[in-house]
Design a protein around this ligand. Structure first.
Ligand code: PMP
Length: 457
């Protein structure tokens, strides 16, 4: 998730009669929510942002649904951390069993990490790959950026305009979406994502992307910074969700390699079967990635993340000294991740994501035909972007309308959010437990929320 400053939250809510809060838009919060918001901002401070002007207190989840403290049920169209479903019994059981048996760290022998890493590597096309387990996507990308510099001897990375790769000093300096909050690395070059909506066709979007890449490489070579490579989420999710057509940007890795750089595929968003076509997002485009990083969906909520690369890519990094991560790869994290992999396999979730996503996009496209403000419905598998514009002819992004729709959906008990440089793309990314039976409910609520949002204009 990209921290979006414009997004949600009661804002600087003012206290009403000592008990209730009024959000900046006038929404009055109930007393329990008000008390939690007050305690939270007093104890946790302002860096912790909340979703929604009327924040939701979620207390329980199951599959694609969550329930709030008053017992109201919500359809979750947003959360990919509970990737195979909220409170999935197979993952709960695996974590519980391992927690009740042993948890240590990677300095003792343990078969679990080896069995799991073998299966993880089997999702990729090269049996020689090596795996390092960490706890978060940020840690995985931090390692990848350091490895890339070590193996190439170059310093400069290329990233897309709204990319978010994590929160460490190094990674946030390579996350253009955080540009307003701190210093980006002066050697970072920023390129536009392949905007399939405005380019006219997937081919044109792919060509424009490769041209952007060529421009950035030339700039780096002229500067003498030395090319480290490209780090990208090949679903371009915080850029606005541009999965595009498979293979559309296939030439990207060849271009980087021809200039001595490497490619880091940040799979925190598109990986783990969600895109439906392939297990990983970069595989959809036939990209020859040198380092794969993953996190979020990997443990169904248990913190576990990974960096995967060929031994020759690891070598220069390993030569710099040992790497140890206290919680990374602990037996409980591994049990969670292993159970997620097995559940994806046993429940056929990749094929499920492909087919359910196709049906969901087709129902959303039918809705778009009736609403001039839905400019585009796009995505792959169960990762869908619905771009809201002032009107279909101008394609002008309408972020304010999108935020109003998100708030209206929340009132109608559907959770989602927005992404893209103008915060105008609804991000539909449910747990993979989302089923074809959920589609009519989701589409009906979206139609009502669009009407609500128009009425409040
Ligand atoms: N990369 C991408 C593409 C992400 O979306 C995120 C977080 N949502 C991260 C990296 C960072 O992961 P984490 O929050 O687990 O550190």
């Amino acid at each position: 998730m990209t921290p979006s400053p414009a997004l949600h939250g009661p804002g600087r809510a003012s206290i009403l009669d000592g008990n209730s809060f009024r959000a900046t838009d006038g929404t009055v919060l109930d007393p329990r929510t008000s008390r939690l918001v007050a305690r939270r901002s007093a104890r946790l401070g302002p860096s912790y942002r909340l979703f929604y002007r009327d924040p939701v207190e979620i207390v329980r989840g199951q599959g694609s649904r969550v329930w709030d403290a008053s017992g109201d049920e919500y359809l979750d169209l947003y959360n990919n951390v509970p990737s195979v479903g909220h409170a999935h019994p197979a993952i709960v059981e695996a974590v519980h069993r391992q927690m009740a048996t042993l948890t240590t760290h990677t300095r003792y022998l343990h078969q679990g990490i080896l069995d799991f890493s073998d299966e993880l590597v089997a999702t990729l096309d090269d049996d020689d790959l090596q795996v390092v387990l960490v706890c978060t996507g940020s840690e995985a990308n931090d390692l990848a950026l350091r490895m890339g510099r070590a193996v190439t001897g170059g310093r400069a990375w290329i990233a897309t305009r709204e990319a978010y790769h994590g929160n460490t000093a190094l990674v946030s300096a390579h996350s253009p979406s955080l540009a307003g909050f701190g210093q980006l690395d002066p050697t970072l070059r920023i390129i536009d994502p392949p905007d399939t909506y405005r380019a006219g066709s997937p081919e044109a979007a792919g060509e424009a992307f490769l041209a952007e890449l060529g421009r950035a490489i030339a700039e780096i070579e002229a500067s003498g910074d030395g090319l480290a490579g490209l780090i990208a989420d090949f679903s371009f999710s915080s850029d606005g969700i541009f999965f595009g057509e498979p293979g559309m940007i296939a030439g990207a890795a060849d271009l980087i390699h021809a200039h001595g750089g490497i490619v880091v595929a940040d799979e925190v968003q598109p990986g783990f079967a969600r895109n439906g076509d392939r297990f990983w997002g970069f595989q959809r485009h036939g990209i020859d990635a040198d380092i794969v990083t993953t996190g979020k969906p990997m443990g169904n909520g248990y913190p576990v993340a990974a960096v995967i690369a060929r031994p020759d890519v690891w070598d220069a990094f390993h030569a710099q000294g040992p790497y140890f991560n206290t919680f990374g790869g602990n037996p409980v994290a591994v049990a969670a991740a292993h159970a997620v992999l097995r559940t994806i396999e046993s429940e056929g979730l990749q094929a499920h994501a492909l087919e359910t996503g196709r049906q969901f996009r087709s129902a959303l496209s039918a809705l778009a035909a009736e609403h001039d403000q839905i400019g585009d419905v796009r995505g792959a598998g169960l990762y869908i972007g619905v771009e809201l514009v002032t009107d279909a002819a101008s394609r002008s992004p309408d972020g304010e309308f999108a935020l109003t729709v998100v708030e209206a959906l929340r009132r109608r008990r559907v959770l989602t959010s927005v992404c893209g440089p103008h915060n105008n793309v609804l991000k539909l990314r449910p747990p993979l437990a989302f089923s074809p039976g959920d589609i009519p409910h989701a589409v009906e609520r979206l139609a009502l929320a669009l009407a609500d949002a128009r009425a409040t204009r």
